[in-house]
Design a protein around this ligand. Sequence first.
Ligand code: PMP
Length: 406
Amino acid sequence: VTAFDVLKIREDFPILKREVNGKPLVYLDNAATSQTPKQVIDVIVDYYSNYNANIHRGVHALSQEATDKYEQSRIKIQKHFNAAKSHEIIFTSGTTHSINIVANGFSSLLKKEDEIIVSAMEHHSNIVPWQMLCERTGAKLKVIPMSLDGELLIDEYYKLLSDKTKLVFCNHVSNALGTINPVKEIIANAHKFGAAVLIDGAQAAPHIKADVQALDADFYTVSAHKICGPTGVGILYGKEAWLNKLPPYQGGGEMIAQVTFDKTTYADLPHKFEAGTPNICGGIAMGAGLDYMNTIGFDAIAAYELELLEYATKKLLAIEGLKIYGTAKNKTAVISFNVGAIHPYDIGSILDKLGVAVRTGHHCAQPIMDFFKIPGTVRASFSFYNTMEEVDVLVEAVKKAKSMLS
Ligand code: PMP
């Protein structure tokens, strides 16, 4: 029994009341995107109802209100991740955009002899931009291998590091396996060789309150839609010195100091990386999502989700033939599994008929599926608003799918 009042929390999420295929929705696709509490929906409605305006350039009241709210949200996000300065928080369209800003920026800083290290358990968005960077610069990509439990082989990582290493990329938490990676150690060891480190925090942010200064991360990326905020917005955290060193990614309005046809100078941080009209409402709502989660508290969230994970793991493993991929000691509430030789898509389709939303497939992490020699998995990913009863519904649905498909 937990003091965590999950039923009260669920009242905040209108979508959790709906039915799917005539059954109550059991939403277990939280690693893909989280649901939105009414406190955040209210902020979005308030923005478009009361102060929708372009920011940073208007003399009129609405523009100033919108600018103030947007900049207050940036400070909220700065405080949450403990960045030293608010201009180290760049608003982006999400993790993918954030990573591409850095990958593009390093084009002019890398040479042919240089090396980049990436982990074996990355999302495609933390692989492809670096491959493109290697194509542009001739630099080489090296991969930190992992064990069958889905843990990075840190000793192998130490062997890959050298004076040639210029960049290291790793996710804080794997979206496909749930593994929490030892990012502090990864960063400290890269720094011994002067390499910069980007941590993809997309899957960590819903579960762990990261302190970018304590981690000493050079870059940290987050998507709002995984932390009770809207889609299409996120942030890139970068240390001021790195952000000053990198060239801008996109040119346009808002990111300039002075423009003539002979020469353009760029605006100071953060505006240098924020060309064009941003997702103003989204930026404000991202801060509201963090406010909501902080009201519940990240320690309480982590403790409750661990209970869900332990309960679901035990009950699922009791199903004969069910195999879980990703059994790291340190993991978030993500369970990737297959049942015998049944295709994950077939299980997912039956679960959907029973109202249970999971994701099936390679989860944008094909190299992980290749490593386990499987086409994909069924992934149930839990959030603090899920219940033990929903775990029971999942388990019964998997049993039913198994009996129908075997
Ligand atoms: N990295 C990880 C680990 C992710 O889980 C995701 C989202 N599935 C991304 C990056 C990409 O995030 P977005 O689609 O919001 O840009």
